[in-house]
Design a protein around this ligand. Structure first.
Ligand SMILES: Nc1ncnc2c1ncn2[C@@H]1O[C@H](COP(=O)(O)OP(=O)(O)OP(=O)(O)O)[C@@H](O)[C@H]1O
Ligand SMILES: [Mg+2]
Length: 386
């Protein structure tokens, strides 16, 4: 018995499957958006999706025609077209290219050329998917323009800051030389045993000397700040006996406490020992903080405490002084910023320098304060123990 081949059913099924595939493809294209075409080796159009022509703003039927006759392009663009390159290399090719639409508008398309091979493995067709990425490109261009502008501005700001530092460094240096001469000559006059001075002359000269010293101090601060800002401050690590260093700083600060109802003390935690840091910079940090504490504390106490925790040291300078208003706490580390009322003297550079020095040593400085009750400045530094 012979069975009849169910050709009709197979054909119907195949057509149904084809329709299904077609619908899937349509849904896919609607989802990704863009123009889809299949090109032959000489760039003639074998197939296009319905959307394709509309996508490029064209009305004619493209099938059978050369791609470059249908879509406005140039010889240069044709050479780097993803379809040509996919044919030439046998690999998937991608590229963003400019195209002018039929209406003359310049738009950007992201193209993917995927080789299609026949049974023997030869590339006979290329499927091209082109998507309009004009908006994305514009945003990107806009972003790039802004980034370039920011870079230019940034360079200008850095250059201006460097120029400022150079100016300050030069000016401070020029000022220091005559000031040193004034101090030297005043001292000579004060010490000249052959021609003793009258008491009022002596007290006036002492004032000259005192003020000149203060000026030199300010000039040195400006010079330090300029050096730090110009990145010329070198870190010089050595073994530092913290207990000895702080004791020495306290000793040199003692004369500032004289005549005030103030105790200046230093409390070391037991585990304090030799640490590795830049001694000169740490000394300057401590001198700045302790001299501030004394300056802004009419009576009571100034206490320095230090403790070593794993590889960090924490040094706190506390006082029972005038304190700092909460709203001023953000300002005190700025250059030339003085918030504690008039008459205290100084330039307002001490804390700006201190903060930069702490940063150079890889540490941080924090402050807590209550107006009328006192302040605590805490410096935390990395300090690999010896
Ligand atoms: N321990 C403190 N108690 C109260 N106020 C303080 C204390 N330390 C700093 N300040 C406030 O912060 C300001 C800035 O301090 P900074 O050390 O930078 O400058 P300065 O001491 O006024 O001058 P300079 O240090 O340049 O001689 C001070 O003018 C003061 O208003
Ligand atoms: Mg100060």
């Amino acid at each position: 018995m012979k069975f009849k081949e169910p050709k009709g059913i197979e054909k119907g099924e195949a057509e149904a499957r084809l329709r299904e595939e077609n619908e899937r493809l349509k849904a896919f294209l609607a989802h990704v958006g863009g123009a889809l075409a299949v090109l032959g080796p000489d760039c003639h159009v074998i197939w296009t999706s319905e959307e394709s022509l509309r996508y490029f703003g064209l009305k004619e039927n493209a099938i059978g025609r050369r791609c470059y006759d249908v879509i406005p392009t140039t010889e240069e663009l044709c050479k780097v077209c993803v379809a040509r390159r996919a044919f030439a290399t046998g690999q998937v090719q991608t590229r963003v290219a400019e195209h002018r639409t039929a209406a003359g508008e310049l738009r950007y398309y992201h193209g993917i050329g995927t080789p299609i091979r026949n049974r023997s493995g030869r590339v006979t067709q290329v499927m091209v998917l082109a998507q309009d990425v004009t908006e994305l490109c514009r945003v990107q261009q806009e972003l790039q323009k802004k980034t370039e502008m920011l870079e230019i501005q940034n360079r200008r700001v850095l250059e201006a800051a460097k120029e400022k530092s150079r100016f300050f460094a030069g000016m401070s240096h020029e000022l220091r030389t005559p000031m040193t001469a004034i101090i030297g000559f005043t001292e000579m006059l004060l010490e000249d045993a052959d021609e003793p001075l009258a008491p009022n002359q002596r007290s006036l000269l002492l004032k000259v000397s005192e003020n000149a010293e203060r000026l030199v101090g300010m000039i040195n601060e400006i010079l330090d700040l300029s050096k730090i800002e110009a990145g010329k401050m070198r870190v010089d690590l050595s073994r530092v006996d913290l207990d000895r260093l702080i004791s020495h700083v306290i000793e040199t600060m003692m004369p500032l406490v004289k005549g005030k109802d103030l105790t200046l003390s230093w409390q070391a935690a037991e585990d304090l020992s030799i640490i590795r840091t830049d001694e000169q910079k740490l000394r300057q940090i401590l001198v700045n903080l302790v001299s501030n504490a004394i300056k802004f504390t009419p009576k009571g106490s100034v206490t320095v405490r230090a403790a070593l925790r794993s590889s960090r040291i924490s040094i706190a300078v506390s006082d029972t002084g005038i304190g700092i208003r909460r709203s001023d706490l953000g300002k005190i580390f700025q250059e030339f910023s003085q918030v504690g009322g008039r008459g205290a003297g100084g330039t307002g550079l001490g804390l700006a320098i201190t903060q930069r020095l702490v940063n150079i040593l890889g540490g941080e400085i924090r402050v807590s304060s209550k107006l009328g009750e006192g302040s605590t400045f805490t410096v935390t530094l990395p300090a690999a123990q010896e």
